[in-house]
Design a binder for this molecule. Structure first.
Ligand code: 5AD
Ligand code: SF4
Length: 439
């Protein structure tokens, strides 16, 4: 029996999909990329922006035909889109050939749900309206053999006014540090070199636990685990990024000098409407502190253009902050109204053409800055963890610096999984090339 899984959205979804895969493999399924071979097809979905939802319905339309060649095929839709109120019913009406809809809080139930769906007359919908206890010790079939995702907390309590995540991922719940450390030790003994801590807002880690522990404490414990080379984390909230955390990272061995701090907008008026809890001034102060404590830090961010009421002046503030902050990379998004969030109801929604124009301007500016910063890497010696062969040129190797920049080098495949020293010799907007100078 074979399963096929398609994933939209963030690392959290990618990791959920690893757990879905792990559970299916435990009950005897094997993974396939050949759709006509699959007995179960799962679409694991995102709803942060509206476009992703359209894509899911379009994809379902394409998948329908596989049911005629394989009448036993089960099609399931899970994840954030499925978790939204009434979405299950919507899918049942628009795509009645879907067998199962499940949400974000009950992924551990997939094996039972598939069994139940086999006998159901209509689409089986099981979406829990709220989070329950964290389920530990679920198997994971990891996509990468070097880098592992480790969820440290679920959910988000921030309710930024544009964001649907708190509605589909529930309130913040932290895993017990002992559970996390146990998982890290297992990963280290299985040869994993890099850990990515996952959480919607990792800085809030531990606030809800009975025994006090914070994110910096957790990082320190992880830093001491032998065998691991690198520790990363995603995502931080600039409002909660403490000095203790900066100093912990600065003094650590393995925590990478990459700071992803989503700014979202540069205008204080818009930041307030977004309910972000910081100003452009306090944000710039924060990154100045980061750079002072960790001079080699790379900085990346997320930015939304076209939030309701964003004027030309507000947008000019965003460009100004981008110019001042000089991010290595920015993930830029056009604002997408999400049903149920306060921003979707706000007046003065920005017309699509204006959003697109601003988006392009932002991209042009950021690409120039990324290119300039990468040029400054020329001649530098960087530690690169070799992750595999290069996607664009399979004859070469590809890896990342501690700052998370992609580096392509010539070298033997035996180096995969090793940290090497590379002299940077060429630089583009998105990647670097270099020469190996040692291990
Ligand atoms: N529209 C556009 N972008 C959004 N993001 C979150 N919600 C929306 C939305 N409604 C962006 C934010 C966040 C990233 C993961 O997605 O920038 O940091
Ligand atoms: Fe959404 Fe804000 Fe939570 Fe990030 S911090 S997931 S943007 S509500």
């Amino acid at each position: 029996m074979f399963y096929h899984i398609e994933i939209w959205g963030c690392q959290m979804n990618e990791h959920d999909a690893e757990i879905l895969s792990g559970m299916l493999e435990q009950i005897g399924y094997r993974k396939t990329e050949v759709l006509s071979q699959a007995d179960v097809i799962i679409l694991y979905t995102c709803c942060v922006r509206e476009k992703a939802e359209h894509k899911v319905f379009a994809r379902l339309g394409q998948l329908k035909k596989y049911k005629t060649t394989n009448p036993n095929l089960l099609i399931a839709v899970g994840g954030c889109m499925a978790q939204q109120p009434e979405m299950g019913e919507d899918i049942r009406v628009r795509a009645p050939y879907v067998d199962l809809v499940f949400g974000t809080h009950n992924i551990h139930r997939l094996p039972q749900l598939l069994e139940e769906a086999k006998d159901a007359e209509v689409t089986l919908i099981e979406v829990w309206d709220r989070e329950r206890e964290i389920v530990e010790n679920l198997p994971a079939s990891r996509m990468n053999k070097l880098k592992a995702y480790v969820t440290i907390m679920y959910g988000c309590n921030n309710f930024c006014s544009y964001c649907i995540v708190p509605y589909v991922r529930g309130r913040e719940r932290s895993r017990e540090p002992e559970e996390i450390i146990k998982e890290l030790k297992e990963l280290a003994s299985n040869g994993f070199k890099e850990i990515m801590f996952l959480g919607q807002n990792v800085n809030s880690y531990g606030k809800d636990l009975a025994r006090p522990v914070d994110f910096a404490d957790l990082l320190l414990q992880a830093d001491a685990i032998p065998g691991l080379e690198r520790i990363r984390y995603m995502t931080s909230h600039p409002r909660d990024f403490t000095e203790k955390l900066i100093n912990t990272i600065a003094g650590s061995q393995k925590i990478c000098e990459h700071f992803h701090l989503p700014i979202q907008a540069g205008s204080n008026r818009i930041l307030k409407l977004m309910r972000r809890g910081y100003t452009k001034e306090s944000y710039l102060e924060l990154i100045a502190k980061v750079r002072e404590a960790v001079p080699q830090a790379t900085l990346t961010t997320d930015i939304i253009v076209g939030f309701p009421g964003e004027t030309d002046e507000d947008f000019a503030d965003t460009l100004e902050v981008i110019t001042k902050a000089r991010f290595d990379q920015a993930y830029t998004f056009i604002y997408s109204p999400r049903k149920g969030t306060p921003a979707a109801e706000m007046p003065d929604q920005v017309p699509q053409e204006v959003k697109k124009e601003r988006f392009q301007k932002l991209l042009d500016l950021q690409n120039r800055i990324s290119w300039e910063l990468n040029q400054q890497m020329l001649g530098k010696i960087e530690e690169v963890l070799v992750e595999g062969t290069s996607k664009t040129d399979p004859a070469k190797l590809s890896g990342r610096t501690r700052g998370n920049k992609i580096v392509v080098v010539d070298g033997p495949e035996e180096l995969i999984g090793h940290v090497i020293k590379v002299k940077i010799e060429e630089a583009q907007t998105w990647s670097l090339q270099g020469k190996i100078i040692g291990e």
